[in-house]
Design a protein around this ligand. Structure first.
Ligand code: NAD
Length: 487
């Protein structure tokens, strides 16, 4: 890696004064790099620098500068896409084909918000009383952006691009175990001309570094992606001072396969929905709901296909399925497999470790499950899928809505109208019909119920980083003519 200093504070690369952490390549379990993380004081300093930059630079008001920086960064990111994708794969274990998608999607996100900002128009209306009302949007101020390890650069970009486009200043904290592409992207932003203090990179773990970035009085907005329990704590902390907060949290998303769906294609989409990025995706279709009349045939197709997935070195183009992120996470997945078996579920396939090096496990398929089991209700965030059957449309909808989450869902059917009718009754923020997984930068992303608060992407994603101000004006001061006294 280019940087031997790992924090970017007030436009300077700085040595971390906190913990030293070895970053592991999950495909080999070898050390990829060693990071000197921030101390709590350095996290506090980062907030102070961001607050100063918000007050003392023209970033909040100079839209042209912001657009130029974001577009330059998009171009530089694309130019180094192969290198950044390789770093992402080395750090996360995600297959290189997937990492490449992440990098181009990240560049597209920067461009989208630069364009959206350049087109932004404010609402204006002449009122009946002769005044003119204008609605303006303004940046919120200092934003702490905190993300998890599964899509380190892309999920960061869903926050960084709109936050900066809107004119905020930022402290960015990736997951402590996946800091590598954040370092690279910070170099890119620096080269793109981001003013000192506008973007600050802070590395370190949730406690105390993330907590400091959430609780500081100088922070105006927290945008968090991660687990629901962490989200709950952050929400409680922000409630104390009514700090703006948006939360992208966990999921347990259903994929409904109707009786009329093409079974071979449905099995392929189910594998994609459930096991893309080793199932370490917030919207992973971890619950398959299959019409009882096609269940046997569907299972046979699913098993045949899953056995043929290419598991192995994520740097190879042909790899479909890489290692999971960490030893700790692998143990959590294995614990859930044990829990599922103890609950009486039948493990039809998977759960075996692969090879002697690397954090590989074969994808897991559970049948014979019921709605109350922990493996149906709790987010495992790995390659574990449960299959349930249904008979009526209403039953499918009840099963689909039967968890505390509401992030995403899918419906596979030859009857698009029927699928749409089902989609309209599912409580989830994103629903794919005869498709799965693709996020569109123009369309909002986020959760119902305990899957979050607020939306990222689309115009809504920009709105989340702005305050709304109504200005009502008249050119001259005129008599009010309301009171009985005379002027
Ligand atoms: P996590 O909640 O443990 O950590 C996420 C981030 O929060 C990390 O950077 C971590 O250091 C930080 N953090 C932890 N405790 C904190 C605290 N008290 N205050 C401030 N920051 C703190 O989650 P994870 O294990 O890294 O990621 C997995 C979770 O992320 C899953 O639940 C998954 O569903 C969710 N996720 C959601 C989306 C979405 O778009 N809704 C996308 C990806 C992942």
């Amino acid at each position: 890696m280019h940087q031997d200093k790992h924090l970017y504070l007030n436009g300077q690369w700085v040595n971390g004064e906190g913990l030293t952490r070895q970053i592991i390549n999950p495909a080999t379990e070898e050390i990829l790099t060693t990071i000197k993380e921030a101390s709590k004081e350095q996290a506090e300093d980062a907030v102070t620098y961001a607050a100063q930059a918000f007050q003392q630079t023209d970033w909040a008001v100079n839209k042209e500068k912001r657009i130029k920086v974001l577009k330059t960064a998009a171009g530089l990111l694309e130019e180094s896409a192969d290198e950044v994708a390789r770093l992402e794969t080395l750090n996360t274990g995600k297959p290189i084909r997937e990492a490449i998608l992440d990098i181009y999607d990240s560049a597209a996100c920067l461009r989208y918000y630069a364009d959206l900002m350049s087109q932004a128009e404010f609402w204006k209306k002449e009122m009946e009383d002769g005044t003119v009302s204008e609605v303006r949007k303004e940046p919120i101020g200092v934003c702490s952006l905190i993300v998890p390890w599964n899509f380190p650069l892309l999920l960061g970009m869903w926050k960084i691009a709109p936050a900066l486009a809107a004119g905020n200043t930022v402290i960015y904290k990736p997951s402590e175990i996946t800091p590598v592409t954040a370092l690279k992207f910070t170099e890119i932003l620096e080269k793109s001309g981001v003013p000192a203090g506008v973007f600050n990179l802070v590395l370190g773990e949730g406690d105390p570094i993330g907590q400091t970035l959430v609780s500081s009085e100088k922070v105006d907005k927290v945008s968090f992606t991660g687990g629901s329990e962490t989200g709950r704590k952050i929400n409680q902390e922000c409630a104390g001072s009514f700090k703006r907060v948006s939360l992208e949290l966990g999921g347990k998303s259903p994929l409904i396969v109707l009786e009329d769906a093409d079974i071979k294609l449905a099995a392929e989409w189910a594998i994609f929905g459930s096991f893309f990025n080793q199932g370490e995706v917030c919207v992973a279709s971890s619950r398959l709901l299959v019409h009882e009349n096609i269940y046997e045939e569907f299972i046979a197709e699913l098993l045949e296909k899953v056995k043929n997935l290419k598991i192995g070195d994520p740097l190879k183009e042909e790899t479909d399925f890489g290692p999971v992120i960490s030893e700790q996470h692998l143990r959590k997945i294995e614990d859930y497999i044990k829990i599922g078996k103890a609950e009486g579920a039948e493990c039809l396939y998977g759960g075996e470790r692969v090879g002697s090096k690397g954090l590989y496990i074969t994808p897991v398929i559970f049948s014979n499950v019921n709605q109350n089991m922990r493996i149906v209700q709790e987010e495992i965030f790995g390659p574990v899928v449960t299959i349930q059957t249904f008979n009526t449309e209403q039953e499918a909808i009840e099963l689909a809505n039967g968890t505390r989450f509401g992030l995403a869902a899918g419906v596979l059917s030859a009857d698009a109208e029927k699928a749409d009718r089902i989609a309209s009754q599912i409580k989830a923020g994103t629903i794919w019909i005869n498709s799965y997984h693709t996020p569109y930068v123009e369309a909002p992303w986020g959760g119902y119920k305990q899957s979050g608060i607020g939306r990222e992407l689309g115009p809504q994603g920009l709105d989340g980083f702005m305050e709304t101000k109504h200005i009502n004006k008249k050119e001259h001061l005129e008599p009010l003519n309301w009171y009985t006294f005379k002027n």
